[in-house]
Design a protein around this ligand. Structure first.
Ligand SMILES: Cc1cc2nc3c(=O)[nH]c(=O)nc-3n(C[C@H](O)[C@H](O)[C@H](O)COP(=O)(O)O)c2cc1C
Length: 336
């Protein structure tokens, strides 16, 4: 089974759903001596299968990341309030909001994707937004996978270890994109990454991968120096030539007038860190934690206004100013 200690470069390219994690990015990470992960989130099983096959043609070692589905039902009244708040902005920009009745339960094809990663014998499988059941982890082990779970607290690390995880991705509050809290509505923990690593190390003895705000070789060394076997980086790869980041998002990362990242539920209902923009300023206070329904509700903005950086999510961690236009091979090597 895969062991991080065998990596030449102790760097994991974060799975980044919504476009950035292309098969080319995943292959580049392996070429650099690290490991990359496909983001299964928001992909159909057919798309994920094609992505896995595209990576397989060029790399043996890679991972796939899955979203653990939210079990609690959506609060229809809260969702309806948020929809009402969005209507004027949607009308102003010619975006059609889905009707509430059309926003059904959505598990992001969890079972189909689990079956796929088993059938393809994907060597590394990681999870966010929750902990898979011991049965699921056992099934992945039988298919040969090394199983990782992303955590934001030491308690969650213990749950993952008890469920049979092989490694833990420790995600600090500096991270770009969604926080990996096990439930959607808790306030995302703010314990800084280095403190969190120390707590998790005292709680579980599994290999740790440190993530959140790591964008320079010094930061990567400092995080690994606390014990983790590798670092996982996302934001620093967003402008690389292999990433599938939307052009407006990639440009915003380099825009000197954007000077702040904030955590918001405005786009999906789950807390996530991104560059501050008009959409966040207008809707952060009104947003409700009804993930994934809020994500479905706001899909039209991302589709119709994909070139408008003030209308779309610009996920970014605190180290976003270090994201450069370069090959991901060079970026991963630099952090190794
Ligand atoms: C654009 C973007 C998309 C992300 N999508 C996912 C995802 O699908 N699954 C996941 O586990 N983490 C996802 N993350 C979080 C990363 O795994 C990781 O925690 C984060 O990138 C680390 O912080 P950094 O961005 O400061 O390097 C995403 C991050 C970004 C920036």
């Amino acid at each position: 089974m895969f062991d991080f200690r065998d990596l030449h470069t102790r760097v994991v390219a974060a799975p980044m759903a919504g476009g950035p994690s292309t098969p080319s990015l995943v292959v580049a990470a392996e070429r650099a001596g690290g490991i990359g992960q496909l983001a299964a989130g928001y992909r159909t099983p057919e798309q994920l299968s094609a992505d896995i096959q595209a990576v397989r043609r060029e790399a043996d070692l890679f991972g796939v990341n899955l979203f653990v589905p939210e079990e609690r039902p959506i609060d229809g009244a809260a969702l309806s309030d948020y929809r009402r708040a969005l209507i004027p902005y949607a009308e102003q920009h010619g975006v059609e909001l889905p009707e509430l009745d059309d926003i059904g339960a959505d598990d992001d094809y969890y079972n189909e994707k689990l079956a796929l990663v088993c059938a393809h014998e994907v060597p590394v499988v990681s999870f966010t937004f929750g902990c898979p059941t011991p049965r699921t982890i056992d099934r992945l082990h039988k298919a040969g996978a090394s199983v990782g779970v992303t955590v934001t607290t030491a308690d969650d690390a213990l749950t993952a270890a008890d469920a049979g995880a092989d490694w833990i991705c420790v995600q600090g509050p500096e991270a770009g994109g969604h926080r990996a809290t096990y439930t959607r509505d808790i306030a995302p923990p703010i314990q800084p990454l280095h403190d969190l690593i120390r707590d998790v190390r005292q709680t579980v003895s599994l290999p740790l991968v440190a993530s959140g705000g790591i964008a320079t070789a010094e930061q990567a060394d400092a995080a690994r120096g606390l014990g983790p076997v590798a670092v996982q980086v996302g934001t620093v790869l967003l402008r690389t030539t292999e990433a599938g980041t939307k052009p407006a998002h990639a440009a915003a990362l380099a825009d000197p007038t954007r000077t702040e990242t904030v955590v918001t539920r405005a786009f999906s209902g789950r807390a996530a860190r991104g560059l501050r923009n008009t959409f966040i300023d207008q809707f952060n206070e009104r947003a409700v934690p009804e993930y994934p329904a809020v994500n479905t509700l706001t899909t039209g903005f991302r589709r119709t206004l994909s070139g408008n950086p003030d209308a779309i999510n610009l996920w970014a961690g605190t180290g976003y100013q270090h994201a450069q236009v370069e090959s991901a091979v060079d970026a991963v090597k630099r952090l190794g």
